[in-house]
Write a protein that binds this ligand. Sequence first.
Ligand code: FAD
Length: 621
Amino acid sequence: MFPTYDVIVVGAGHAGCEAAVAAANLGAKVLLATMNMQTIAQMSCNPAMGGVGKGQIVREIDALGGYSGIVTDETMVQFRLLNLSKGPAMWSPRAQSDRMAFALNWREKLEAHPNIDFWQEMVVGLVVKDGRIEGVRTGLGMEIPGKSVVLTNGTFLNGTIHIGEKQFGGGRAGERSATGLTEQLKELGFEAGRMKTGTPARLDGRTLDYSAMTVQHGDENPGRFSYTDTPPLTDQLPCHVTYTSPEVHETLREGFDRSPMFNGRIQGLGPRYCPSIEDKIDRFAGRDQHQLFVEPEGRNTCEIYVNGFSSSLPEDVQYKALRKVRGFENMKMFRPGYAIEYDFFPPTQLGPTLETRLVDGLFFAGQINGTTGYEEAGCQGLIAGMNAALAVQERDPFILRRSDAYIGVLIDDLINKGTEEPYRMFTSRAEYRILLRQDDADLRLTPMAAALGVRDMDGRIARVQSKRAGVADISGELRQHSITPEQINGYLESVGTASLKQGVKLDSILARPGVSLEGMADAVPALRDFLTPYDAETVNLAEVTLKYEGYIERERQAVEKMSRLEGIKLGKAFDYEQLTALSKEARQKLNKLKPVTIGQASRISGVSPADVSVLLVHLGR
Ligand code: FAD
């Protein structure tokens, strides 16, 4: 009934969808096997993509040929570029999505792909022979042959949903949990753990009083995630902001003795940066209010997501407390919030391609690796899908370094440090963040994808070349031409920076704090004329590149220094126990994690600089 697939992807969440596309776009024959085809690319929690650290990842996925950015652009209802008051390394795009349109759009794109087949059923087991994957087994008892398998089970593995004192099996509200796989993986020698996450109640927007809340509009000139020609967003929906109060907190506290979080029923560790409302009240007892974002779920529904009110308290307690929030006095609830516990596999059991070290041809991506978030899941899917296809084609793996992309940072962190709690991306996790900005992910990554032969890259490469040439032209012009005090002093005074006494080159003015290229062009008509033919992205990139030249150069040098260590390869089969000069902890960790390079070894917790020196001496360096 089934051919032997190059890549079988299990699960069609954000990791699974990107994995299927990534493998298919490299020419692999792919099967996407998922429990329910009605929930392809379902946003389990917040209907939003991007945000701080995460928006950069979506742009990187797009630059590598993934679809998350395009789907988001085509279905978003609001766009904001966050952190604009900070430096460009921190600028982070975020979109409010239309939940139903997002999922439908993904499904249409997958179905339009000639290399992707579908199968709707639960995968309950793997076919493994002599340490190599050979396919999957389904609930109906079928064996589907595959040369590689990517597991992207999300929150479904032995998922347990908690609402107050009630608990029941489920992978997400209204969906079954997945059984069988964890047990078999443990038998194969994998270590498994338990994590938890939660989601807020959904409300009936027709019953809310928006006049009692603060409105939050999208950007006046909304940007987008994709570097392709996705349609500009013209008709944005507003979000609103309201607050909890001491009265709300008191009502919630009355339910604490029935909370699965506080009475020990939930064992798994939850996301520290996305705590439940009961957690926030408990941890920050001194605060008498918490901000709530009232977000539309889409254009064709009145359903509302209450961002900031994630809860697993009993439904009657949630209801009573929500009705005390300003603007929610008459609210009706569509469904209560809940928490979910699920199995994950500590990601230190993976190599940098996300292939497991125990079973050849078996890859893990997404929440199954202990991460949280659609963006984190999507980018792992992309890397696992690409590498599954490349391995089948007997080609070199595709590995991003920490200095190439946030995706490189995420995978390097996961496989070397592991994670005790749901891992989410932050800009602070990246040591080279001025090099990993959201404005140049295409310049960094699209040439790599094109070199690999990812489908449909010609147009993208042409854009990258034109953007690069545009940036060089603009920089050249600003470095070459001078400006007189008469032309610019009015503008300089208006932004509070010292006026000129004599003419200077344009680039030196741009380097000053508070000065923008847009402001300079307003003051100097010839500069405006020169910039007019270039698109906004190219002009912005030229501005950032010139303004932060010194910082960028410093980080480049640091990367070069580090890449010397990254270039020194370690043998996969080497037994570190033989190197008695290493500390005991280093020997154990190195034997367990089998780093590919000295650079990777140096980032493993427990491997000290002294241990790195021992390795270098051993390698004759
Ligand atoms: P999922 O999106 O969970 O997709 C898994 C897919 O695999 C599903 O399609 C499922 O049907 C399928 N599947 C599973 N097992 C099998 C099987 N054996 N056979 C066939 N198909 C299978 N993230 C945040 O960033 N912040 C939050 O606050 C947050 N809260 C959350 C609250 C809840 C209640 C849930 C459920 C998730 C929450 N998330 C949150 C996490 C976010 O939804 C995930 O990080 C993201 O969806 C993970 O993507 P994924 O592709 O790994 O898995």
